[in-house]
Design a protein around this ligand. Structure first.
Ligand code: URA
Length: 260
């Protein structure tokens, strides 16, 4: 087989594996059932033990590392009792973030939904399960990356976060990024991309970047301090627009190549 043909077969296999994983997720009945089950389990857990949210288990980093301690302090001392904005009144649990504090890769989403609000964990609903598949498609485990949101409390009815809420909450995310120091941030969707673009634009040497639309920014690498930023579509958007999954696959391959 020629080298060119071998390469295109390998690419096909790669993209096939990704498509299979994603398709399996949102067309598969078993996936739906798993999702329903996890929602019930989430509610049950939320009613009991998980109310006392402890830092998520860390698999890659050494437990109680300095980074873990700093994250725990940020969560327990500053965020847990936060009443900086109106979302505090309606929240069930804050959704701080989870994963490996030592990870080179951090995903930033928008805001918790109903299941996240009940469990205190980011991306555990339908979009979250898709995110897990996406992470696994580049041979990583969810526990090896760090996942956080810009907003730590659920906006009612899953509405978009308001600018004032983003401003109230953003210092927490800034601090999380400073503690974790990832090499790569993957911003999921418009709001987290806009947030990072603002940070870049406001930094001393940063170029000024206006968010246009995801189609313009995805597939590109931006620099935020010494961190590479790769914007891509939010998993919720992918659930509504499956045709965008090929772009996300390209973005994931880009991230994988940057990690190795
Ligand atoms: N769940 C999250 O934690 N964040 C999102 O942006 C969407 C769902």
């Amino acid at each position: 087989m020629s080298r060119k043909l071998k390469k295109s077969v390998a690419q096909y296999k790669d993209s096939f594996a990704f498509n299979t994983a994603i398709n399996e997720f949102y067309s598969d009945k078993a996936g739906e059932e798993k999702h329903a089950e996890s929602a019930v389990a989430a509610r049950q857990r939320a009613a009991g033990a998980l109310r006392d949210v402890s830092l998520p288990p860390l698999f890659k980093s050494v437990e109680n590392s300095e980074k873990d301690k700093a994250l725990k302090k940020l969560r327990d001392v500053q965020i847990n009792n936060c009443i900086k904005c109106g979302l505090a009144k309606k929240r069930n649990l804050i959704v701080f973030g989870e994963g490996s504090s030592d990870s080179d890769l951090m995903f930033i989403g928008e805001a918790p939904g109903a299941e996240e609000d009940e469990t205190g964990r980011p991306f555990v609903g339908r979009a979250g399960q898709l995110l897990t598949k996406i992470i696994e498609s580049i041979n990583l485990k969810r526990e090896y990356v760090y996942i956080a949101n810009i907003i730590k409390c659920r906006p009612p009815g899953n509405r978009n976060p308001e600018q004032s809420e983003i401003e109230s909450c953003s210092s927490f995310l800034r601090e999380q990024i400073d503690i974790i120091k990832p090499k790569i941030i993957c911003t999921l969707g418009k709001f987290s991309s806009m947030f990072i673009f603002n940070e870049i634009s406001n930094s001393v040497d940063g170029e000024s970047i206006e968010f246009e639309k995801m189609g313009v920014h995805r597939g590109k690498i931006y620099n935020y301090k010494s961190i590479k930023v790769v914007p891509t579509y939010h998993p919720s958007y992918l659930l509504r627009n499956p045709s965008a999954k090929k772009d996300v696959w390209e973005d994931m391959k880009l991230i994988r190549s940057m990690l190795s």
